[in-house]
Design a binder for this molecule. Structure first.
Ligand code: SAH
Ligand code: SF4
Ligand code: F3S
Length: 477
C-alpha cells in the first residue's frame, strides 16, 4: 500500500494503464498515417474514457503509437482527485515539452484536470493546444482541426445526457481477458472532500441494453471478465422509454450475468448509503457475479463522516458489512480510507482503525486528506491537521490494512478457488497469475493445456499479505 497513491503511474512503457498494480500496454494497431500518443491517469473511469477517445481518434485516421517522438498528437487524460495527482500531470507535461523534436505535435489535456482548470491550463502550460473535459470528447476532431491551423481550443461543457453509449471503445487492454464498461457518468453525491462532482458533472445512467450488448460483444471477442464502472453504481437507474420500465443496479447485474456463465461480472464503486440487500442477493444468486465489494468507508467515525457529507454513520456502515458477510459468507470487502480530514481527533482516527478491523478488509486504498479548491470542505472547514500527523495516521491505516490483508489471506490457506488466468506471473514465465472471485491475486505453476482466459481450480498452499500461491488441482481435490 502506498501513501496517497496515484492509481496510475508512469512505467517504462509509454502508453500504459496501471489498474491496481497491473501494467497494461496498448496494442499497436495497423500503422495509420497520423499517430496519437496517449497517457492516462486517475481512476478506472478515466481509463474507460481513454478507450472512447482512442476510438474517436481512430475514426479520424489516427493510430496509436508508443513512441512519443513519432506522434502527431499527444494527449494526457488527467486526474484532479488529490494535489499529488495534478503534480504528476504537470511533470508529464514538462516531459512532453522537452521530448518533442522536429515538427511540433498538437498537445491536448483531457479529463478531470482539464475540466477543473479550463482556460487556465493553456495560460499556465505553454505547450498545451487543446483542453477537453470528460463530456466533450466528441468535439475532439474539431478541436484538433482548429489546432492544426494554430488556434488553441477549449471545450469543457458538461452534459446531463452524454454517456457515449453509441461509441465502441477501442480496447487498450492487451491482456484480452478483462475489460471495463462504464454504466454511468458523473456523481450527485457532493462528499465534502471530493472534486469529482465538479469535474464530471451530474450523474446519468447509460442505456441498459447497450451495456448488455457491449458485454456480449466483449465476451464474443474472448474477454472473460467485465467491470461495471460508476462513481456510485448502486444509484444506477435507467428507464426504458418504450416500456417505461426501470432497470436498477440489481436488475442490471442480473442482465449482464446472464450474458454467459463464463463471463465474470465485477463492479465498482459501491456507496455504503445505497448498496441494497437486493444487490447482495443478486450477487449471491449468480455464480459469475464476483464475491467482492469495494465499499469505501472514508472514515470510521460518525462525526467525521457527517463533515464529509457521506450521509451514513459508523453503525450504518457496520450493518452493511454485516449484511454482506451474512448473505455471502465467502465475500471479500475492500475500502478507501482518508487520514487526517479536517478536525479529525486521535480518538476519531482510532475509530477508522477499528472499523477496518471490524470490516476485515481484504484490501484498502489509503490516502491522507488533500484539500481540493472549490469543494465544500475547502470552503467550510480548515485543513487543520498538520502534515506530519496526517502522514503518521496514514502509516497507521496502512499497517492496519497490511495486518488485515495478511489475516484474510491466512484464512484462504488450504482452500481451492476458481481462478481466471490473466497472464504470466510478473516474476516467472513458468507461472500464471489470475484472480479468484474475491479479487485476490493467485500465482501458480503452469500446467499443459491451460492458457490465458481459461478458468482453473487452484489450491492455496502459501501466502504473503498481498498474494496467494498454490497449485492447479481438479475441482474436488
Ligand atoms: N466514488 C468513489 C470514490 C472516487 S474517488 C466513492 O464514493 O467511494 C477515490 C477515492 O479517493 C475516494 O474514495 C477517497 O478515499 C479518495 N479521495 C477523494 N478525494 C480526496 C481528497 N480530497 N483527499 C484525499 N483522498 C481523496
Ligand atoms: Fe466523490 Fe463522493 Fe461522488 Fe465518490 S460518491 S465520486 S467520493 S462525491
Ligand atoms: Fe481522478 Fe477524475 Fe477519476 S478526479 S479519480 S480521474 S473521476
Amino acid at each position: 500500500m502506498q501513501e496517497n497513491q496515484p492509481i496510475a503511474e508512469k512505467s517504462k512503457d509509454d502508453i500504459l494503464v496501471d489498474r491496481q498494480g497491473e501494467v497494461l500496454t496498448q496494442p499497436l494497431e495497423k500503422k495509420m498515417t497520423k499517430q496519437f500518443y496517449l497517457e492516462s491517469y486517475g481512476c478506472a473511469m478515466n481509463f474507460s474514457d481513454t478507450e472512447i477517445v482512442a476510438s474517436i481518434l481512430n475514426k479520424e485516421g489516427y493510430g496509436p503509437t508508443k513512441v512519443m517522438q513519432d506522434a502527431d498528437l499527444i494527449l494526457i487524460n488527467t486526474c484532479s482527485i488529490r494535489e499529488k495527482a495534478e503534480e504528476n500531470v504537470r511533470q508529464r507535461l514538462s516531459v512532453f515539452n522537452k521530448s518533442t523534436k522536429g515538427s511540433k505535435p498538437i498537445v491536448g489535456v483531457l479529463g478531470c484536470m482539464a475540466e477543473r482548470l479550463k482556460h487556465k491550463l493553456i495560460e499556465e502550460e505553454k505547450l498545451v493546444d487543446i483542453v477537453v473535459g470528460p463530456d466533450a470528447y466528441r468535439d475532439l476532431p474539431n478541436l484538433i482541426h482548429a489546432a492544426q491551423t494554430g488556434q488553441k481550443g477549449v471545450n469543457v461543457l458538461l452534459s446531463r445526457e452524454e454517456t457515449y453509449d453509441d461509441i465502441t471503445p477501442m480496447r487498450l487492454d492487451s491482456n484480452g481477458v478483462s475489460a471495463f464498461i462504464s454504466i454511468m457518468r458523473g456523481c450527485d453525491n457532493m462528499c465534502s472532500f471530493c472534486v469529482v462532482p465538479f469535474t464530471r458533472g451530474r450523474e446519468r445512467s447509460r442505456n441498459a441494453f447497450t451495456i448488455v450488448a457491449e458485454a456480449q460483444d466483449i465476451f464474443d471477442q474472448g474477454y472473460r471478465e467485465i467491470t461495471l464502472l460508476g462513481q456510485n453504481v448502486d444509484s444506477y437507474k435507467w428507464t426504458n422509454p418504450e416500456t417505461n420500465e426501470t432497470v436498477n443496479f440489481a436488475n442490471l447485474l442480473a442482465m449482464t450475468a446472464k450474458v454467459n456463465p463464463k463471463l465474470r461480472i465485477r463492479f465498482s464503486t459501491s456507496h455504503p448509503k445505497d448498496i441494497t440487500d437486493e444487490v447482495l442477493y443478486t450477487m449471491r444468486d449468480h455464480h459469475n457475479i464476483c464475491k467482492y465489494v469495494h465499499l469505501p468507508a472514508q472514515s470510521g467515525n460518525s462525526r467525521v463522516l457527517k463533515l464529509m457529507n457521506r450521509t451514513y454513520t459508523r453503525e450504518w456502515y457496520m450493518e452493511r458489512v454485516d449484511a454482506i458477510y451474512r448473505i455471502m459468507p465467502d465475500c471479500t470487502i475492500s475500502s478507501d480510507m482518508i487520514a487526517g480530514f479536517c478536525t479529525e481527533t486521535e480518538e476519531e482516527h482510532k475509530d477508522s482503525l477499528s472499523l477496518m478491523e471490524y470490516s476485515k478488509y481484504s484490501m484498502s486504498y489509503t490516502f491522507y486528506y488533500s484539500e481540493r479548491p472549490g469543494t465544500l470542505a475547502a470552503r467550510k472547514y480548515e485543513d487543520d491537521i498538520p502534515y506530519d500527523v496526517k502522514k503518521r495516521r496514514l502509516a497507521e491505516l496502512v499497517a492496519m490494512q497490511r495486518e488485515m490483508s495478511r489475516l484474510s489471506n491466512v484464512q484462504d490457506l488450504g482452500k481451492t478457488f476458481e481462478v481466471l488466468i490473466e497472464g504470466d506471473s510478473k516474476k516467472s514465465d513458468q507461472q500464471f497469475r489470475g484472480r479468484n472471485s474475491q479479487n485476490k491475486m493467485l500465482i501458480f505453476d503452469k500446467v499443459e493445456g491451460y492458457g490465458i482466459g481459461d478458468y482453473v481450480h487452484v489450491k492455496v498452499d502459501t501466502n504473503n499479505s498481498a498474494t496467494l500461491f498454490g497449485k492447479i488441482v481438479n475441482q474436488n481435490d
